[in-house]
Write a protein that binds this ligand. Sequence first.
Ligand code: MN
Length: 404
Amino acid sequence: MPPFDVPEGDPFGPHNLPYGVFSRTGSSERTVGVRLGDHVLDAGAAAAALGSPYVSLLARPSLNPLLAAGRTAWSDVRRALTAWVTVPSHREAIAPLLHPLSEVTLHLPFEVADYVDFYASENHARNVGRIFRPDAPDSLTPNWKHLPIGYHGRSGTVVVSGTEVVRPSGQRKAPTESAPSFGPSVRLDIEAEVGFVVGTPTDMGTSVPLPAFRDHVFGLCLLNDWSARDIQAWEYVPLGPFLGKSFATSVSAWITPLDALKDAQVAPPQRTHPLLPYLDDASEEPAGYDLRISVAINGHVVSEPPFSTMYWTAAQQLTHMTANGASLRTGDLYGSGTVSGPAENERGSLLELTWNGETPLELPAGKRTFLEDGDEVTLTAWAPGPNGTRTGLGEVTGRITPAS
Ligand code: MN
């Protein structure tokens, strides 16, 4: 008999236990929940019912107190939660605290501090290089193999899965136009990514070496870095992305703890260039993750990007991001960069899937180069779990509404 009636093989079984924040229908009170199958456990109420000291971390309206508590607490709380949902003697206390997902509202699970987005897929970077710099001698920029390229984004517009995305307006100028114009983006795109959530902060003037990655990063989630390509193309020279990206970034309602992904750790691709010592991970534990992402538009799968192909790891990104002494704050979020595999059906953006609009996708709803009003984009993913199981990541979905 599977614990607490979760079907055998459910990707959200007791081996997973991602964290979120929910309120029950008809209530405005938010509290930390843990997903089990198609239910959410009121984790704070469970801690109180069982006399656990973790009530102070779990009976809270956001994950931030748990994030700030650090690696030892993260593992201890997870061990306790696993017992609560699997040990038969807890069943009587726990069962009434499991609420169907259909009867709760899920909220942004943590207060986002700083937000950074990277550019770590070699396939994506080469595709973008070929599209925008067809005459360059190399599709990669000279720095790409030496450091994880990134930019600082806008944390205040990170939204939870399910939030509608208003088509952004902005200034753009196509190469064929003589002057810029202002209006709703006509090249609205997605970027399928993985977001990493920082728990333990650091002091300014210090940096995080590669082996300390797990001491600072609590977990990960799917992330959609909505991108207005026409606005981006005109504004990005010479300082990088700005208004073409900052209007919205969507994240899953569920944060999967790194402790749930031990069976998904894989070595990153072979390094083709020697790395400076602070980024050299040859002697570190494998820091890549085997996450199988799926991208659907209006329910139709258009791509399956494999996260295991990412050249730069989240550990290297964290180390590089703090190499100058920049501090970390609890709730910092950083995106992996668009995940694109080597195959045509593994590309994580419409820019690449339609080759800058030259080859439209044929969808049941009609041809698409970029997103139309009413389109709904959904990212899902799973990772190999213990004993042949799958560990599911919370989906991230968003629908485009017309420009205001
Ligand atoms: Mn991005």
